[in-house]
Design a protein around this ligand. Structure first.
Ligand code: NAP
Length: 280
Protein backbone atom coordinates (compact mmCIF):
# COMPACT_ATOMS: atom_id res chain seq x y z
CA UNK A 1 0.00 0.00 0.00
CA UNK A 2 1.46 3.38 -0.99
CA UNK A 3 1.21 5.83 1.91
CA UNK A 4 2.86 9.01 3.22
CA UNK A 5 6.00 7.06 4.16
CA UNK A 6 6.53 5.40 0.78
CA UNK A 7 10.04 5.94 -0.57
CA UNK A 8 10.33 6.66 -4.27
CA UNK A 9 12.83 5.44 -6.85
CA UNK A 10 12.50 6.44 -10.49
CA UNK A 11 13.66 5.92 -14.03
CA UNK A 12 14.51 8.94 -16.19
CA UNK A 13 14.58 8.46 -19.96
CA UNK A 14 12.72 8.94 -23.21
CA UNK A 15 11.10 6.73 -24.39
CA UNK A 16 10.51 4.66 -21.26
CA UNK A 17 7.26 2.82 -22.06
CA UNK A 18 9.11 -0.35 -23.18
CA UNK A 19 11.33 -0.49 -20.07
CA UNK A 20 11.38 -3.63 -17.93
CA UNK A 21 12.86 -1.75 -14.95
CA UNK A 22 9.55 -0.86 -13.21
CA UNK A 23 8.47 -4.50 -13.42
CA UNK A 24 11.81 -5.75 -12.09
CA UNK A 25 12.17 -3.26 -9.23
CA UNK A 26 8.54 -3.29 -8.05
CA UNK A 27 8.59 -7.10 -7.97
CA UNK A 28 11.78 -7.05 -5.91
CA UNK A 29 10.26 -4.39 -3.60
CA UNK A 30 7.12 -6.54 -3.11
CA UNK A 31 9.13 -9.70 -2.54
CA UNK A 32 11.10 -8.00 0.24
CA UNK A 33 8.01 -6.33 1.77
CA UNK A 34 9.47 -2.82 1.48
CA UNK A 35 7.52 0.43 1.48
CA UNK A 36 9.10 1.66 -1.75
CA UNK A 37 7.78 2.31 -5.23
CA UNK A 38 9.62 2.51 -8.58
CA UNK A 39 8.13 4.81 -11.21
CA UNK A 40 9.18 5.67 -14.76
CA UNK A 41 9.38 9.34 -15.77
CA UNK A 42 9.47 10.28 -19.44
CA UNK A 43 11.60 13.41 -19.48
CA UNK A 44 12.11 15.89 -22.33
CA UNK A 45 15.69 16.93 -23.01
CA UNK A 46 15.22 20.51 -21.82
CA UNK A 47 13.98 19.19 -18.45
CA UNK A 48 16.85 16.83 -17.64
CA UNK A 49 18.54 19.25 -15.23
CA UNK A 50 15.29 19.96 -13.36
CA UNK A 51 14.48 16.24 -13.23
CA UNK A 52 17.87 15.36 -11.73
CA UNK A 53 17.83 18.20 -9.20
CA UNK A 54 14.18 17.35 -8.50
CA UNK A 55 15.22 13.92 -7.17
CA UNK A 56 16.90 15.72 -4.29
CA UNK A 57 14.16 18.33 -3.88
CA UNK A 58 11.48 15.62 -3.63
CA UNK A 59 13.48 13.33 -1.36
CA UNK A 60 13.69 10.42 -3.82
CA UNK A 61 15.93 7.51 -2.86
CA UNK A 62 17.45 7.61 -6.33
CA UNK A 63 16.86 6.91 -9.97
CA UNK A 64 17.94 4.87 -12.92
CA UNK A 65 18.86 6.75 -16.05
CA UNK A 66 18.33 5.28 -19.48
CA UNK A 67 18.70 6.24 -23.14
CA UNK A 68 19.31 8.99 -24.15
CA UNK A 69 20.32 10.73 -20.89
CA UNK A 70 23.15 8.61 -19.43
CA UNK A 71 25.66 11.36 -20.33
CA UNK A 72 23.36 14.38 -19.97
CA UNK A 73 22.77 13.84 -16.25
CA UNK A 74 26.46 13.84 -15.33
CA UNK A 75 27.06 17.62 -14.97
CA UNK A 76 24.32 17.87 -12.31
CA UNK A 77 25.75 15.20 -10.00
CA UNK A 78 27.90 15.97 -6.94
CA UNK A 79 30.01 12.81 -7.28
CA UNK A 80 30.49 10.22 -10.02
CA UNK A 81 32.10 6.80 -9.41
CA UNK A 82 35.41 5.94 -11.13
CA UNK A 83 33.68 3.22 -13.17
CA UNK A 84 30.99 5.58 -14.42
CA UNK A 85 33.65 8.19 -15.29
CA UNK A 86 35.61 5.59 -17.27
CA UNK A 87 32.49 4.42 -19.11
CA UNK A 88 31.44 8.05 -19.54
CA UNK A 89 27.86 7.36 -18.54
CA UNK A 90 25.68 7.10 -15.44
CA UNK A 91 22.74 4.69 -15.17
CA UNK A 92 22.16 4.97 -11.40
CA UNK A 93 21.72 8.09 -9.26
CA UNK A 94 21.51 7.91 -5.48
CA UNK A 95 20.45 10.75 -3.19
CA UNK A 96 22.61 10.48 -0.07
CA UNK A 97 23.33 13.08 2.61
CA UNK A 98 21.80 15.75 0.36
CA UNK A 99 24.19 14.85 -2.48
CA UNK A 100 23.54 13.28 -5.88
CA UNK A 101 25.88 10.32 -6.51
CA UNK A 102 26.31 8.74 -9.94
CA UNK A 103 27.18 5.09 -10.68
CA UNK A 104 27.13 2.77 -13.65
CA UNK A 105 26.01 -0.79 -12.95
CA UNK A 106 26.05 -2.05 -16.58
CA UNK A 107 29.72 -2.93 -16.25
CA UNK A 108 29.05 -4.99 -13.10
CA UNK A 109 25.98 -6.55 -14.78
CA UNK A 110 28.05 -7.77 -17.71
CA UNK A 111 30.75 -9.27 -15.48
CA UNK A 112 28.21 -10.98 -13.20
CA UNK A 113 26.35 -12.43 -16.19
CA UNK A 114 29.60 -14.09 -17.34
CA UNK A 115 30.38 -15.27 -13.80
CA UNK A 116 26.95 -16.97 -13.64
CA UNK A 117 27.94 -18.82 -16.81
CA UNK A 118 31.39 -19.73 -15.39
CA UNK A 119 33.08 -17.65 -18.07
CA UNK A 120 36.12 -15.74 -16.83
CA UNK A 121 37.45 -12.65 -18.63
CA UNK A 122 40.84 -12.85 -16.94
CA UNK A 123 43.67 -13.48 -19.42
CA UNK A 124 41.21 -13.81 -22.33
CA UNK A 125 41.23 -12.23 -25.77
CA UNK A 126 37.93 -10.41 -26.03
CA UNK A 127 36.40 -9.01 -29.21
CA UNK A 128 33.74 -6.32 -28.85
CA UNK A 129 31.47 -5.50 -31.80
CA UNK A 130 30.16 -1.91 -31.83
CA UNK A 131 31.29 1.35 -30.29
CA UNK A 132 28.17 2.65 -28.50
CA UNK A 133 27.38 3.10 -24.81
CA UNK A 134 26.90 -0.62 -24.16
CA UNK A 135 30.28 -1.38 -25.78
CA UNK A 136 31.88 1.15 -23.41
CA UNK A 137 30.44 -0.63 -20.36
CA UNK A 138 31.62 -4.01 -21.72
CA UNK A 139 35.09 -2.58 -22.42
CA UNK A 140 35.46 -1.27 -18.88
CA UNK A 141 34.29 -4.63 -17.57
CA UNK A 142 37.02 -6.34 -19.65
CA UNK A 143 39.63 -3.86 -18.34
CA UNK A 144 38.64 -4.28 -14.69
CA UNK A 145 38.55 -8.07 -15.06
CA UNK A 146 42.03 -8.20 -16.60
CA UNK A 147 41.36 -9.41 -20.12
CA UNK A 148 44.63 -10.16 -21.96
CA UNK A 149 43.48 -8.13 -24.94
CA UNK A 150 40.53 -6.04 -26.02
CA UNK A 151 39.76 -5.77 -29.74
CA UNK A 152 37.08 -3.31 -30.78
CA UNK A 153 35.36 -3.75 -34.13
CA UNK A 154 33.45 -0.98 -35.87
CA UNK A 155 32.10 -0.29 -39.33
CA UNK A 156 34.69 2.48 -39.37
CA UNK A 157 38.31 1.87 -38.35
CA UNK A 158 38.55 5.55 -37.32
CA UNK A 159 35.69 5.04 -34.92
CA UNK A 160 37.18 1.95 -33.28
CA UNK A 161 40.57 3.70 -32.99
CA UNK A 162 39.00 6.78 -31.39
CA UNK A 163 37.02 4.51 -29.06
CA UNK A 164 40.22 2.82 -27.87
CA UNK A 165 42.08 6.13 -27.50
CA UNK A 166 39.34 7.39 -25.20
CA UNK A 167 40.54 4.88 -22.58
CA UNK A 168 44.23 5.79 -22.89
CA UNK A 169 44.10 8.06 -19.82
CA UNK A 170 43.45 5.03 -17.59
CA UNK A 171 46.66 3.39 -16.46
CA UNK A 172 45.09 0.53 -14.48
CA UNK A 173 44.85 -1.79 -17.50
CA UNK A 174 47.97 -3.49 -18.83
CA UNK A 175 46.50 -5.67 -21.59
CA UNK A 176 46.71 -5.11 -25.34
CA UNK A 177 44.36 -3.03 -27.43
CA UNK A 178 43.45 -3.59 -31.08
CA UNK A 179 41.03 -1.77 -33.36
CA UNK A 180 39.58 -3.40 -36.44
CA UNK A 181 36.77 -3.06 -38.99
CA UNK A 182 34.43 -5.82 -40.13
CA UNK A 183 36.12 -6.33 -43.51
CA UNK A 184 39.51 -6.95 -41.89
CA UNK A 185 37.92 -9.08 -39.17
CA UNK A 186 36.24 -11.37 -41.68
CA UNK A 187 39.47 -11.78 -43.67
CA UNK A 188 41.49 -12.67 -40.57
CA UNK A 189 41.38 -15.75 -38.34
CA UNK A 190 40.75 -14.06 -35.02
CA UNK A 191 41.83 -15.99 -31.94
CA UNK A 192 39.09 -14.51 -29.76
CA UNK A 193 38.08 -16.36 -26.61
CA UNK A 194 34.94 -14.26 -26.12
CA UNK A 195 33.03 -12.21 -28.74
CA UNK A 196 30.43 -9.71 -27.58
CA UNK A 197 27.75 -8.31 -29.88
CA UNK A 198 27.18 -4.76 -28.61
CA UNK A 199 25.32 -3.64 -31.73
CA UNK A 200 21.55 -3.60 -32.27
CA UNK A 201 21.89 -6.18 -35.09
CA UNK A 202 19.66 -9.15 -34.31
CA UNK A 203 17.01 -7.10 -32.49
CA UNK A 204 13.80 -5.67 -33.99
CA UNK A 205 13.75 -4.38 -36.75
CA UNK A 206 17.00 -6.20 -37.59
CA UNK A 207 16.03 -9.74 -36.51
CA UNK A 208 17.69 -12.35 -38.67
CA UNK A 209 20.83 -10.22 -39.12
CA UNK A 210 24.17 -11.13 -37.53
CA UNK A 211 27.05 -8.64 -37.19
CA UNK A 212 29.55 -11.37 -38.19
CA UNK A 213 29.49 -14.99 -39.28
CA UNK A 214 30.52 -17.02 -36.20
CA UNK A 215 32.22 -19.58 -38.47
CA UNK A 216 35.26 -17.25 -38.60
CA UNK A 217 35.90 -18.13 -34.94
CA UNK A 218 36.99 -21.47 -33.55
CA UNK A 219 34.37 -23.60 -31.82
CA UNK A 220 35.77 -22.89 -28.34
CA UNK A 221 34.90 -19.19 -28.68
CA UNK A 222 32.12 -18.03 -26.34
CA UNK A 223 29.55 -15.83 -28.10
CA UNK A 224 27.78 -13.19 -26.01
CA UNK A 225 24.94 -11.02 -27.29
CA UNK A 226 23.76 -8.09 -25.20
CA UNK A 227 20.34 -8.48 -26.84
CA UNK A 228 17.90 -10.66 -24.87
CA UNK A 229 14.80 -10.20 -27.03
CA UNK A 230 14.77 -12.33 -29.12
CA UNK A 231 16.13 -14.88 -26.72
CA UNK A 232 18.55 -16.12 -29.41
CA UNK A 233 19.66 -13.66 -32.06
CA UNK A 234 20.86 -14.81 -35.46
CA UNK A 235 24.45 -14.41 -34.15
CA UNK A 236 23.77 -16.81 -31.25
CA UNK A 237 21.68 -19.21 -33.37
CA UNK A 238 24.49 -19.58 -35.90
CA UNK A 239 26.99 -20.11 -33.07
CA UNK A 240 24.77 -22.71 -31.34
CA UNK A 241 24.51 -24.65 -34.58
CA UNK A 242 28.30 -24.89 -34.58
CA UNK A 243 28.26 -26.14 -30.98
CA UNK A 244 29.63 -22.89 -29.52
CA UNK A 245 28.68 -21.68 -26.03
CA UNK A 246 26.24 -18.75 -26.33
CA UNK A 247 24.98 -16.26 -23.74
CA UNK A 248 22.25 -13.64 -24.26
CA UNK A 249 22.02 -10.28 -22.45
CA UNK A 250 19.25 -11.11 -19.99
CA UNK A 251 21.71 -11.77 -17.17
CA UNK A 252 23.28 -8.34 -17.69
CA UNK A 253 19.86 -6.64 -17.53
CA UNK A 254 19.01 -8.48 -14.32
CA UNK A 255 22.34 -7.97 -12.58
CA UNK A 256 22.61 -4.26 -13.42
CA UNK A 257 19.13 -3.80 -11.94
CA UNK A 258 19.92 -5.79 -8.78
CA UNK A 259 23.15 -3.83 -8.29
CA UNK A 260 21.31 -0.50 -8.57
CA UNK A 261 18.73 -1.78 -6.07
CA UNK A 262 21.49 -2.75 -3.68
CA UNK A 263 23.10 0.69 -3.99
CA UNK A 264 19.78 2.36 -3.09
CA UNK A 265 18.55 0.01 -0.36
CA UNK A 266 21.47 -2.16 0.77
CA UNK A 267 19.23 -5.15 -0.07
CA UNK A 268 19.17 -7.62 -2.91
CA UNK A 269 17.20 -10.45 -4.43
CA UNK A 270 18.23 -13.48 -6.47
CA UNK A 271 18.71 -13.33 -10.23
CA UNK A 272 16.45 -16.41 -10.47
CA UNK A 273 13.62 -14.49 -8.83
CA UNK A 274 13.92 -11.64 -11.36
CA UNK A 275 14.23 -14.13 -14.23
CA UNK A 276 10.94 -15.74 -13.18
CA UNK A 277 9.23 -12.35 -12.91
CA UNK A 278 10.32 -11.40 -16.42
CA UNK A 279 9.23 -14.77 -17.76
CA UNK A 280 11.82 -14.56 -20.54
P1 NAP B 1 23.83 1.99 -30.01
O1 NAP B 1 24.66 3.05 -29.41
O2 NAP B 1 22.59 2.34 -30.74
O3 NAP B 1 24.71 1.08 -31.02
C1 NAP B 1 25.89 0.45 -30.65
C2 NAP B 1 26.83 0.37 -31.82
O4 NAP B 1 26.37 -0.58 -32.76
C3 NAP B 1 27.02 1.63 -32.61
O5 NAP B 1 27.89 2.49 -31.98
C4 NAP B 1 27.53 1.11 -33.94
O6 NAP B 1 28.96 0.98 -33.89
C5 NAP B 1 26.92 -0.28 -34.03
N1 NAP B 1 25.84 -0.30 -34.99
C6 NAP B 1 24.70 0.42 -34.97
N2 NAP B 1 23.94 0.14 -36.05
C7 NAP B 1 24.63 -0.80 -36.75
C8 NAP B 1 24.40 -1.48 -37.96
N3 NAP B 1 23.28 -1.26 -38.68
N4 NAP B 1 25.34 -2.36 -38.40
C9 NAP B 1 26.48 -2.60 -37.69
N5 NAP B 1 26.74 -1.96 -36.53
C10 NAP B 1 25.84 -1.09 -36.07
O7 NAP B 1 23.40 0.93 -28.90
P2 NAP B 1 23.88 0.70 -27.40
O8 NAP B 1 23.06 1.55 -26.50
O9 NAP B 1 25.35 0.76 -27.30
O10 NAP B 1 23.35 -0.80 -27.20
C11 NAP B 1 23.85 -1.85 -28.03
C12 NAP B 1 23.00 -3.10 -27.85
O11 NAP B 1 23.12 -3.57 -26.52
C13 NAP B 1 21.50 -2.88 -28.07
O12 NAP B 1 20.99 -3.99 -28.74
C14 NAP B 1 20.94 -2.79 -26.69
O13 NAP B 1 19.60 -3.23 -26.62
C15 NAP B 1 21.84 -3.76 -25.94
N6 NAP B 1 21.98 -3.47 -24.51
C16 NAP B 1 21.68 -4.48 -23.64
C17 NAP B 1 21.85 -4.26 -22.28
C18 NAP B 1 21.52 -5.37 -21.33
O14 NAP B 1 21.37 -5.10 -20.12
N7 NAP B 1 21.46 -6.60 -21.78
C19 NAP B 1 22.30 -3.02 -21.81
C20 NAP B 1 22.60 -2.02 -22.73
C21 NAP B 1 22.42 -2.26 -24.09
P3 NAP B 1 29.88 1.38 -35.15
O15 NAP B 1 29.24 2.59 -35.77
O16 NAP B 1 31.18 1.66 -34.54
O17 NAP B 1 29.88 0.21 -36.09
Amino acid sequence: MINAKTKVISLLGNPIEHSKSPQIHNSVIDSLGLNYVYVAHKVDKENVKNAVLGLKALGYVGSNVTVPYKLDVMPYLDQVSEEAKLIGAVNTITVKNDELLGDNTDCYGFAQMLRDEQVSMRGKNILILGTGGAARAVTVSCMLNEAASITVCSRSIDKSSTFIESFSGYDGYNGNWFSIDYKTLERSSPNSDIVVNSTPLGMHPKEGVSPVDPSIFNNQTVLVDLIYNPDKTEFLLQGSKRGMKTINGLGMLIHQALKSFEIWTGLTQSAEFVRSVLNL
